[in-house]
Design a protein around this ligand. Structure first.
Ligand SMILES: Nc1ncnc2c1ncn2[C@@H]1O[C@H](COP(=O)(O)OP(=O)(O)OP(=O)(O)O)[C@@H](O)[C@H]1O
Ligand SMILES: [Mg+2]
Length: 211
């Protein structure tokens, strides 16, 4: 039996590694399987919850701790909280993992999106690598600011060698195998059972009406 536990799905990776893209695809799949989902995207959080914070280590950590805090509140209430922020510092990510586990009411799944710098520069979705390489942006993660990859994430996914759909499918399979989301066959099974029960109820009421 699948538990109704929520969890934090924590994406981490360099700018342009695919956090937003995969968060959106995976959220859609999970929602279709009947579980509540919320995405906490770094870009959006910086326009409200973390408005005014910059890109020093201290400000980056504050931003990540705020995201972690909200994710934890959501997850402990049965929500799948997906975070899509660079979250460059290992210790800060680990601190959030510990805080989620300490409560014992939710799980934490860290997914590292790995992508070569060459591919990221070629991709340059927001045109920021070009600016960072030209020295126009200071403290740009991966170019002029540190990024510490996780040591033992639940999954490390290369986003420079496969399409977004394939990477998302890997993540969905991982969540299924951890029994954090219902498998698609399981939900089919559930709906079949629901139909069966509905048919039984109809039969019974027909018999009662006839008798
Ligand atoms: N396997 C993959 N997974 C995710 N994205 C991929 C993959 N292959 C190619 N891409 C492309 O890489 C880009 C990733 O951009 P996205 O905005 O999702 O990155 P991000 O990690 O959210 O960046 P940022 O930190 O700047 O917000 C998209 O254009 C996406 O289509
Ligand atoms: Mg993004």
């Amino acid at each position: 039996m699948l538990s109704a536990r929520g969890f934090v799905l924590w994406f981490t990776g360099l700018p342009g590694s695919g956090k937003t893209t995969l968060a959106e695809i995976v959220a859609k799949v999970i929602r279709e399987r009947g579980m509540p989902v919320e995405i906490l995207d770094g870009d959006e959080i910086r326009t409200n919850l973390s408005k005014g914070l910059g890109f020093s280590r201290e400000d980056r950590d504050s931003n990540i701790r705020r995201i972690g805090y909200v994710a934890r509140l959501l997850a402990r209430n049965g929500v799948c909280a997906i975070t899509a922020a660079i979250s460059p510092y290992r210790e800060t990510r680990d601190e959030i993992r510990r805080s989620v586990y300490a409560e014992g009411r939710a799980d934490f799944v860290e997914v590292y999106l790995e992508c070569s710098l060459t591919a990221l520069i070629e991709r340059d979705v927001k045109g920021l690598y070009r600016k960072a390489l030209a020295g126009e942006i200071k403290n740009f993660t991966g170019i002029s600011d540190p990024y510490e990859p996780p040591v033992s994430p639940e999954a490390a996914i290369r986003t420079d060698t496969e399409k977004p759909g394939a990477s998302a499918a890997r993540i969905v399979t991982l969540l299924e195998s951890l029994r954090l989301i219902p498998a698609s066959s399981e939900s089919d099974h559930e709906s079949r059972r629901t139909r069966e029960v509905a048919a039984l109820v109809q039969d019974i009421s027909r018999t009662q009406a006839g008798g």
